[in-house]
Design a protein around this ligand. Structure first.
Ligand code: NAP
Length: 316
């Protein structure tokens, strides 16, 4: 161990070009690269001095892992969603958590719009149609329009608002649902998700994951959206009742879905993979080179602030 560098337990990869900075500034155990036995040994070997964990939104940090580090003070997340971090355990043990808000907002909102446009205008299907030479046999056919559609946004936070602005620019009507009123916002709020879905042609989930929002987009909400309605999820797989979503898609009782996130990533239900009604992404919301770089720099700055005794930049 280099005594001049603080010890860090890293649970998952971050933006690859920034990994060198993590390595230069810390004595790092890269847990995800080790087999279970080697991981156990490595964590035991740093337990007496490790104050910080670096993780990402997907891997989070569970209580069992954190409990093995009695000197733990900080979990720095490379991502804004902290639903995979045991926040209750962190609170109970005085462990601070940081995330990477704001820097990813625009890219995630862009992907929501890309999924919306791709689903409504059937862009991947039409792309396949051209590649397979079927255009030579006749036209692709008509799709619905996005113009004038009613878009309901579940969770009008940073990303939700960025989506709302984009949808307004695309000629859509906006409404939203969330736990608190937002007096500064021009768009009407609905009391619950089913009422929003009854009003909407398109429902976009942009709220946090975790127990509080589990299946917030329920079977009833998807049914209310109906056979010409479209559901877009850039939030978390847990936010929607995925079994209900699959059933309605297969039965043609939901018009379409654009999905970036799933219950058990990277596993995606075979019915969705087989369906022509859905557009699928492998959790790409923030996955641009620029944004992942900004996320990594912010996570690193939070670690540096902790080790220098300065205030954290973006505490949760
Ligand atoms: P944010 O600014 O904290 O916004 C979250 C919003 O959700 C807030 O407005 C919050 O309401 C609202 N909310 C909380 N509980 C709710 C509930 N039960 N029902 C409806 N709305 C609820 O966070 P953000 O930066 O916009 O990020 C939102 C989420 O997007 C993240 O937590 C993450 O899961 C997801 N995300 C996905 C990707 C991706 O790659 N697909 C990338 C980044 C983020 P209040 O304002 O009243 O608190």
């Amino acid at each position: 161990m280099n005594a001049t560098r603080p010890t860090l337990l890293q649970l998952g990869p971050i933006h690859p070009p920034c990994q060198a900075q993590v390595d230069a500034a810390h004595d790092v155990v890269k847990a995800w690269t080790l087999d279970p036995a080697a991981r156990e040994t490595a964590i035991a070997g740093i337990a007496d001095r490790c104050e910080a964990i670096l993780t990402n939104g997907g891997r989070g940090a569970d209580a069992a892992t954190m409990a093995r580090l009695p000197r733990l003070k900080l979990v720095a997340c490379h991502g804004v969603g902290v639903d995979a971090i045991d926040l209750a355990w962190c609170r109970a043990h005085g462990v601070a958590v940081t995330n990477t808000p704001d820097v990813l907002t625009e890219d995630v909102a862009d992907l929501a719009l890309a999924l919306l446009l791709a689903t409504v205008r059937r862009i991947p299907q039409a792309d396949r149609f051209v590649r397979e030479g079927r255009w030579l046999e006749g036209p692709f056919g008509l799709t619905p329009t996005l113009q004038g559609r009613r878009v309901g946004i579940v969770g009008l936070g940073r990303i939700g608002q960025a989506i709302a602005k984009r949808c307004a620019a695309f000629g859509c009507e906006i409404a939203w649902q969330g736990p608190r009123d937002k007096p500064g916002q021009p768009w009407p709020r609905h009391a619950d998700v089913v009422s929003l879905a009854e009003w909407a042609d398109v429902l976009i989930a942009a709220c946090p994951g975790g127990e509080a929002t589990r299946h917030a987009v329920s079977l009833a909400a998807l049914e209310a959206l109906g056979p010409v309605g479209v559901f877009v999820n850039i939030a978390r797989g847990s936010v929607v009742d995925q079994a209900a979503l699959v059933e309605l898609v297969v039965q043609g009782r939901l018009g379409g879905a654009g999905l970036d996130v799933f219950d058990d990533e990277p596993r995606v239900p075979a019915e969705l993979i087989a369906s022509d009604r859905v557009v699928l992404q492998p959790h790409q919301g923030s996955a641009t080179d620029e944004t992942r770089g900004a996320m990594a720099r912010l996570a690193l700055s939070n670690l540096a602030a902790h080790f220098a005794g300065r205030p954290l930049l973006t505490p949760v």
